[in-house]
Design a protein around this ligand. Structure first.
Ligand code: NAD
Ligand code: UD1
Length: 358
């Protein structure tokens, strides 16, 4: 058996991607503590992760903007790295509430970083997003493409990336990995944890799943006239279990004494620090591809109608994931059929998400 590695602080660990990442961390024998204010999640997700991993989870309820509460954690535990998921993520809401979004996401990250620095914890993996590429001129998208943002949520991710790059310039003992996720979907194969959006889902997969289970009548397909194979928007959907493994690879990268440089020679870590990588599959699927795959997985008909484009949407977005393979030895393995089967298992078993747990 491997020796237990030092403690990882997982902010936002009760949320959708965080809860799946806890399982990957446990399987890789990382010890961790979850810090979450539960503003968009429930403690029930952690209860269920405990059942999956077969051990109890250390959890502290708290806000990343609460320096005193964070400091208590750093004095209690020997935290040597942070996976930073905590943040607000609804694009539409961010347009309505920019001050709240910048306060929560940007200010929250600044508080976290200052506490980390005070306690000499200098390793952070940050949840960024493909949204930082704005409307890319071409696809597949590589990490060195120009960056832009069209809404406060996206801008909060861009600002945090810039802040982390500046933190490294000021103190190159920091080891930083920026993970740019494409479109995370799916659930753990147990069907006991998954995405549990509040109210009417904004994102495609939960909306399709809720339509299949009978909670919604009809999917509105936003735009049928894009320059894509069937006129509907194309995205890089990635199974959340694959995505979770990317975080373990990022932590492993911190502990490896050398890494692989872009010219494929082994170099000391700082050469590629901060490391910025896309986490995507490299495959683009249309809205109708996803709808058909979900119908196959659920054996349910999903009613849909084509409606006008959603403001701010782009035609095509998919990753070039080769840099993640080269630098982290990570690649996505799961197909869209597995994404839909696992989403359906979660949705069918938990029509109300984490509410009314059986
Ligand atoms: P989520 O809402 O399910 O999880 C985020 C968690 O952070 C929640 O449990 C929430 O309660 C917690 N949180 C929010 N603000 C907090 C604060 N101030 N203090 C403490 N906890 C706080 O979202 P997710 O889908 O798991 O996303 C995780 C991260 O990945 C987010 O930063 C998000 O922006 C980013 N991301 C998500 C997607 C996606 O499609 N899900 C895509 C790209 C990037
Ligand atoms: C959304 C966010 C983006 C975030 C990304 C990853 C918006 C505008 N953008 O991107 O910031 O980084 O999630 O989680 O919210 N669609 C429909 N009907 C629906 C819902 C979606 O047709 O009811 C279509 C969209 O037009 C798009 C595709 O499905 O073509 C995927 O949409 P969605 O799941 O919302 O993700 P993104 O728009 O890629």
């Amino acid at each position: 058996m491997n020796a237990v590695k030092p403690m990882v602080l997982v902010t936002g660990g009760a949320g959708y991607i965080g809860s799946h990442t806890l399982i990957a961390l446990a399987e890789a024998n990382y010890d961790f503590i979850v810090y979450d204010n539960l503003c968009n999640s429930s403690k029930e997700s952690l209860n269920r992760v405990e059942k999956i991993i077969g051990k109890s989870i250390k959890f502290q309820e708290g806000d990343i903007r609460d320096a005193d509460c964070l400091e208590r954690l750093f004095t209690t535990y020997n935290i040597d790295s942070v996976i930073h998921f905590a943040g607000l993520k609804a694009v539409g809401e961010s347009v309505e509430k920019p001050i709240e979004y910048f306060d929560n996401n940007v200010n929250g990250t600044l508080v976290l970083l200052s506490v980390m620095k005070k306690y000499n914890c200098k390793q952070i993996v940050f949840s960024s997003s493909a949204t930082v590429y704005g409307d890319p001129a071409t696809t597949p998208i590589k990490e060195d493409f120009p960056l832009s943002a069209t809404n406060p949520y996206g801008r909060s991710k861009l600002f945090i990336e810039e802040i982390l790059r500046d933190v490294f310039v000021s103190d190159n003992e920091f080891k930083i990995v920026l993970l740019r996720y494409f479109n995370p979907v799916g659930s753990h194969s147990s069907g006991t944890i998954g995405e549990d959006p509040n109210g009417i889902p904004n994102n495609l997969m939960p909306f399709i799943a809720q339509t299949a289970v009978g909670k919604r009548e009809c999917l509105s397909v936003f735009g049928g006239d894009y320059d894509t194979k069937d006129g509907t928007g194309v995205r890089d959907y990635i199974h959340v279990v694959d995505l979770a493994l990317g975080h373990v690879k990022a932590l492993d990268y911190f502990t490896s004494e050398t890494s692989i440089s872009p010219d494929e020679t082994r170099v000391p870590f700082p050469k590629t620090n901060p490391l910025t990588v896309n986490l995507g599959t490299g495959n683009g699927y249309s809205v109708l591809d996803m709808l058909k795959a979900f119908e196959r997985a659920s054996e349910k008909k999903v009613a849909y109608k084509i409606v006008p484009r959603r403001a701010g949407d782009i035609a095509k977005c998919f990753a070039d994931p080769s840099y993640a393979k080269k630098m982290l030895d990570w690649e996505a393995k799961k197909s869209i059929d597995e994404m839909c089967e696992d989403s359906w298992r979660w949705q069918e078993n938990n029509p109300d998400g984490y509410q009314n747990p059986t």
